[in-house]
Design a protein around this ligand. Sequence first.
Ligand SMILES: Nc1ncnc2c1ncn2[C@@H]1O[C@H](COP(=O)(O)OP(=O)(O)O)[C@@H](O)[C@H]1O
Ligand SMILES: O=C(OP(=O)(O)O)[C@H](O)COP(=O)(O)O
Length: 397
Amino acid sequence: MAKLTLNDIEVKVKKVLMRVDFNVPIENGRITDDNRIVQALPSINHVVENGGLLVLTSHLGRPAGEYDPEFSLKPAADHLATLVDAKVHFAEDCIGEKAESVIAAAEFGEIVVLENVRFHAEEKQNDEEFSKKLAAHGDLFVNDAFGSSHRAHASVAGVTRYLQPAVSGFLLEKEIKYLEESINDPDRPFVAILGGAKVSDKIGVIENLLTKVDSIIIGGGMTYTFYKAKGWPIGNSLVEEDKVELAKELLQKAEKAGVKFMLPLDSVVAKEFNNDAEHKVVDEDGIEEGWMALDIGPQSALSFGNVIKSAKTVVWNGPMGVFEMENFADGTFAVAEALAEATKFGGTTIIGGGDSAAAIKKAGLSDKVSHVSTGGGASLEYLEGKELPGVSALTNK
Ligand SMILES: Nc1ncnc2c1ncn2[C@@H]1O[C@H](COP(=O)(O)OP(=O)(O)O)[C@@H](O)[C@H]1O
Ligand SMILES: O=C(OP(=O)(O)O)[C@H](O)COP(=O)(O)O
């Protein structure tokens, strides 16, 4: 990435405005997964240890453009205070007197966490005045919010119009490095695995990957739109009817491109969307009326596993089945195991997407793969070949 990074600039006695993605899951005021905060620590510690005053901005959830205690960043600020040696201050607003007074009282080597930027509707509108107000908090800007970098919002992109240099933080740099290398200069065989439920979100990714990968593996709810395109019965399985024609085209394009396009050979079908429902394994053309496919079957797990294990680059987005239910989790866990094996044999393995990250965590294999991305939407848009506004807005080297 030919953009300035934190390593290229001096932060000593500077006010450093840094956008992070502290959009973490919170239940009853308690953070249930702090991965996004932990992943931002290298940049955070770099600034405070080198004598900068760090002002952090982030969004949390999708509030309606006004203050809403349910979406306060205070729990994230409190949690950050337990992870760093530096003093952490919290400002109850991200602009105006409430923010300015807290920043003025903080010292170099300390941290100020500003309240949720989405408590102002202007954030998502990428508003000029709002961007200017945020920019006024710093002498320079750092974007370390990879997970939000596909959003052309004020705190991610707009702010760079008024605050330069605008540099990449270490997490953003790491995320882009993995994705860029995997897409543009992959060690081969390069295998992409796409699953999950959101066919329409991912179909564009398949299109872009067709020109890059050696094999594409389709699993999860994505599968049955392709089955329908092939004329196979799908019972009550998940399908996006308006994407069936596109699925047909993609199958043809894959053949033309010489890409191995792997659909599950078998599925676990159930009578209902319920862990305790009656279930059985059927072949690819054997899904009967009254049954829905909720996982890939054992033959698929085996054949997918063999391809994955011998790959040198693997990108995985979307679980193979409804892994949240024990009876339909085997396919996803088998793929997770295969990724861990590929990594052990020197492959680069990258996982994107909230549910896929949760699945690999549940399988206890998060530290056995090369990289678990902090951005679902952001990594998908990158893989789709789209420019990320939060990256393109940064200062060129
Ligand atoms: N065969 C299936 N039928 C219905 N839902 C499925 C199926 N396979 C996977 N899913 C569901 O897909 C969801 C994840 O999809 P998605 O949001 O696209 O993934 P990610 O968050 O990793 O991008 C999971 O909640 C999982 O239960
Ligand atoms: O959680 C996020 O996206 P993700 O679930 O696609 O990784 C980011 O924080 C972006 O949040 P948004 O989709 O509300 O803009």
